[in-house]
Design a protein around this ligand. Structure first.
Ligand code: C2O
Length: 546
């Protein structure tokens, strides 16, 4: 195993997009930032120097961080931010996972421009992919672009309950694509050789939108999601929520020409304003006639829930040597409702802009997660500092939840939401099952729920209210898909299961960035195990101070 080292200089970068010049925060003067390539078993050392005017942290999305929780990155959860002028070395080992992950800033909306791919190849010299070796591998990072400052956008969005925060463009590898003004010269282009197979490592780095992605004239074979191998799944469209990744093989078997790759949002909500624009890139055969006009793929309609649901639910995990098996005995049963709502106004803290002067908030089990500001939760946990959090995150919602009703529950209990930092404490190696029920009083939409520190099995998912008497029968305990982020449909549910084999504090949150500061999160506090190899070591000496 190797040591892979990088220096990330996070700083201001002036770029021209959509006919305007803008200063953004970027890593090493590039957008997207550098691609990290490692093999399973390697140690990664990333020295982050914050030359930007903002507080900064970097999260390695999907990395287990086994016994290295200090390198996980969420602001005030596992570390205090790196202040302007400061630095921090993220050091961790990549163990037991391979495929496509990514990294991004985990503080305010800064991940809009601070992100990049993190690719884990099979352990050097031991294994190959469980699919034919591609001719070339291509990261496809889908993102969002704002003409305005993203921190201003975030503050506005929080004050108004999520809107208006439509971006000005979607991007492929940082480029808006030729359907946007002043963008045709810089459209992303991929040159392919006829007959060859390409592995597209697709990452949804957009802040607030699920996306449909297609390539005209071509189909995909999905072979992995969230750095977990899947049974090969043949499809002409990929649906991907913020935080997720999809590894898809594409065979360049069309007639030599130019083809658009394109993405636009999948919006589960009707009658709302949203960014209904499309980003493009161009797939070009080397042998294509020079000026052939590219063909455009027919993307699904913005509200095509059946297509999105088909993609999300048809994937199954590949039973390969080393694949994790579903634990059958559950130690912690949790029923977690979440959504957006209004809470009584707290004048000192936020804008009271609701229809009756309330505040907008998002919550899990009616607790709107509050980030500490003086010390990170992991420090408080490790050093036993009292007062930062409590251990009473409820295992079920406080209002009686009618799971026998097939309808979307209007969770009026959201009106009783409290703002607090309540963690769920679990024993080392406990098997945790969470029923994730998407309820809503307002803002009826899908929420991509992301768990730090672990992958989880997706046992079942569906629409309406979860009903154990009916839905337990549909659990896939044999080859469920394994993920770190699941898009739970509006008025729908998912059941996930994971083994808490990693001591530390791990946030679970909605990966629509606008919902994170509104409190759609909670965190697990996982106790140490009995041996040194199941005990969280002390923090590195350069952990930023608050
Ligand atoms: Cu990719 Cu907590 O996030």
């Amino acid at each position: 195993a190797d040591v892979v080292e990088h220096t990330f200089r996070v700083g201001n970068l002036t770029v021209r997009k959509l006919c305007q010049e803008r200063t953004i925060v970027a890593v090493n003067g590039r957008l997207p930032g550098p691609t990290i390539k490692a093999h399973e078993g390697d140690t990664l050392i990333i020295y982050v120097v914050n030359e930007s005017p903002y507080n900064m942290t970097i999260h390695w999305h999907g990395i287990f961080q086994l016994l290295s929780g200090w390198a996980d990155g969420p602001n005030y959860v596992t570390q205090c931010p790196i202040p302007p002028g400061g630095s921090y070395t993220y050091k961790f080992k990549v163990v037991g996972q391979e495929g496509t992950l990514w990294w991004h800033a985990h503080v305010s909306f800064l991940r809009a421009t601070v992100y990049g791919a993190l690719i884990i190849y099979p352990r050097a010299g031991t294994k190959a992919y469980p699919f034919p070796k591609p001719y070339e591998e291509v990261p496809i990072l889908l993102g969002e672009w704002w003409n305005a400052n993203v921190v201003d956008i975030e503050n506005e969005a929080i004050a108004t309950g999520g809107a208006p925060n439509n971006s000005d463009a979607f991007t492929i590898n940082g480029r808006p694509g030729d359907l946007y003004p002043c963008s045709s010269k810089h459209t992303y282009k991929l040159t392919v050789v006829r007959g060859k197979t390409y592995l597209l490592r697709i990452i949804n780095a957009a802040l607030n939108n699920q996306l449909f992605f297609k390539v005209a004239g071509h189909c995909f074979t999905v072979v992995a999601i969230d750095a977990s191998y899947t049974d090969p799944y043949f499809t002409d469209v990929v649906t991907i929520s913020p935080g997720q990744t999809v590894d898809a093989l594409l065979v360049a078997d069309a007639s030599p020409g130019r083809y658009y790759m394109a993405a636009h949002p999948y919006v589960s909500v009707q009658n709302v304003t949203f960014d209904n624009t499309t980003t493009t890139g161009i797939l070009r055969y080397v042998s294509a006639p020079p000026s052939s006009p590219p063909a455009m793929p027919a993307l699904p309609a913005f509200n095509d829930t059946p297509t999105a649901h088909r993609f999300y639910t048809n994937l199954t995990g590949l039973l390969h040597p080393g694949a994790p098996t579903v634990p059958l005995a559950v130690d912690e049963h949790m029923f977690v409702t979440f959504g957006l709502g209004l809470i009584p106004c707290d004048k000192g803290n936020g804008t009271c802009a609701g229809p009756f002067g309330e505040q907008f908030a998002a919550s899990m089990n009616n607790v709107s997660f509050q980030f500490p500001t003086k010390l990170s939760l992991l420090q408080a946990h490790f050093f036993g500092v009292p007062g930062l959090y409590t251990r009473d995150f409820p295992d079920s919602p406080p209002v009686v939840f009618d799971y026998t009703s097939p309808n979307v529950t209007l969770n009026l209990g959201l009106l009783q939401t409290v703002k607090a930092t309540r963690l769920k404490r679990v024993k080392y190696n406990a098997t945790v099952e969470m029923v994730l029920q998407n309820t809503a009083l307002l803002g009826v939409e899908n929420h991509p729920i992301h768990l730090h520190g672990f992958n989880f099995f997706v046992l079942a998912q569906g629409f309406g209210n979860y009903n154990p008497a009916v839905h337990k029968k549909s659990f896939n305990l044999v080859n469920p898909q394994v993920r770190n982020t699941i898009a739970v449909p509006v008025g729908g549910w998912a059941v996930i299961r994971f083994v808490a084999n990693n001591p530390g504090v791990w946030i679970v949150h909605c990966h629509l960035d606008v919902h994170l500061p509104m409190g759609l999160a909670t965190a697990f506090e996982v106790e140490n195990g009995p041996t040194p190899s199941s005990t969280l070591p002390p923090p590195p000496a350069d952990l930023p101070r608050c």
